[in-house]
Design a protein. Structure first.
Length: 133
């Protein structure tokens, strides 16, 4: 997989800071994060993101990222729009029945599977859409 391929969502749209929008609804951010993590080998634990060699990256929005944890994926699709990211974490935390704090969500990610993470992101997206967010 090339670096460019790793930055594509399932619709072929690039997921980077150029496509994030301050008007991006929370539901859309959650769907884009789910789509990003649904690809084979795109999910990781213990760090926001990893590069093609598996080295940890400090930021999910890094152009070198090709694997993300749930928080890194949300950061990738909402870069420059922390209020949308915070809203997405709040909805996700509600679906998980945990506090919407990064440490709690990171712990959940690290004790889950890729399938579980993607499913909960999609469930949170459906809830956010139903609430008009």
């Amino acid at each position: 997989m090339t670096k460019e391929d790793s930055r594509m969502d399932t619709t072929g749209d690039s997921i980077d800071s150029r496509t994030a929008s301050k008007d991006l609804p929370i539901a859309t951010a959650l769907i884009k994060a789910a789509d990003l993590l649904a690809r084979p080998n795109a999910w990781t634990r213990s760090v926001f993101a990893r590069d093609a060699e598996g080295k940890p990256l400090s930021f999910g929005h890094s152009s070198l990222a090709c694997q993300w944890c749930v928080l890194g994926a949300l950061e990738s699709v909402t870069f420059n729009y922390p209020l949308i990211r915070n809203g997405a974490c709040k909805v996700l935390g509600g679906v998980l029945g945990i506090e919407p704090f990064q440490d709690d969500i990171a712990d959940w990610n690290d004790n889950s599977t890729q399938t579980e993470v993607v499913a909960k992101l999609r469930e949170a997206a459906a809830l956010a859409a139903a609430e008009g967010r």
